[in-house]
Design a protein around this ligand. Structure first.
Ligand SMILES: CSC[C@@H](O)[C@@H](O)C(=O)COP(=O)(O)O
Ligand SMILES: [Zn+2]
Length: 212
């Protein structure tokens, strides 16, 4: 008799379907070039469905989604999860309400991360679309999107993210020369946050060009 799985396979199937459909759309916008980006959705308290490392994110199938626990360890599989798994699982572990984490590499995100790395954040103020972020009810608000230095050492990056989360609430951050992480309580909310970041960063880049 085989050992029962520690998670519900039907819930995994549901998460995988959700990831596949949503990521295909993000990929068609050019936000996941050259196999970049990674995506996950919470299955239950301890388990997360996440993309397998190195797969073409525009052509995901169920075989490209695997399970890790909230410590980032693979569960019932020999597949290798995303190289950036820790940046996902740190959020699931810390915030029981987080249900979905999305990471993309759009041109806008990457260029903005380069331009604002020196300042350490992108300052957003006065935009109606700031209301897309949970907790905001008016455009008369400000948001500093953090920009972290890039590194291949996920423990270092995760520690920096954790330290900032101790000081302020946030729904996403940039990594210099790399891309954007955004999250939410479910896929719809995480996508709304991701799309709002993308749009607002594009506005800032456009304003910079026009003001030159
Ligand atoms: C193809 S380069 C991009 C990767 O180094 C990484 O940043 C990324 O987003 C995808 O890594 P992955 O291991 O497939 O989840
Ligand atoms: Zn990446």
């Amino acid at each position: 008799m085989s050992t029962p799985l520690p998670y519900d396979p039907l819930l995994l199937k549901h998460c995988a379907g959700n990831i596949i459909v949503n990521v295909r759309e993000l990929s068609h916008r050019g936000w996941t070039p050259a196999t970049s980006s990674n995506f996950s959705e919470r299955i239950d308290e301890r388990h997360v469905a996440i993309t397998v490392s190195g797969r073409d994110k525009g052509k995901l199938t169920e075989d490209d989604i695997m399970v890790v626990d909230v410590d980032g360890q693979p569960v019932a599989t020999t597949l290798k999860s995303s190289a950036e798994t820790l940046l996902h699982t740190q959020l699931y572990k810390r915030f029981p309400e987080v249900g979905c984490v999305l990471h993309t590499h759009s041109m806008v995100q990457t260029v903005a991360s380069r331009l604002y790395a020196g300042a350490g954040h992108v300052h957003l103020e006065g935009y109606e679309l700031l209301k897309a972020f949970v907790g905001n009810t008016t455009h008369e608000t400000e948001l500093d999107v953090p920009v972290f230095p890039n590194t291949q050492d996920m423990h270092t990056l995760a520690a920096q993210v954790d330290a900032l989360l101790d000081r302020q609430p946030m729904w996403g951050y940039l990594i210099d020369g790399h891309g954007l992480y955004a999250w939410g309580r479910d896929m719809a909310e995480a996508r709304r946050h991701l799309e709002a970041f993308e749009f607002l960063l594009a506005c800032e880049l456009e304003l910079r060009k026009l003001q030159r």
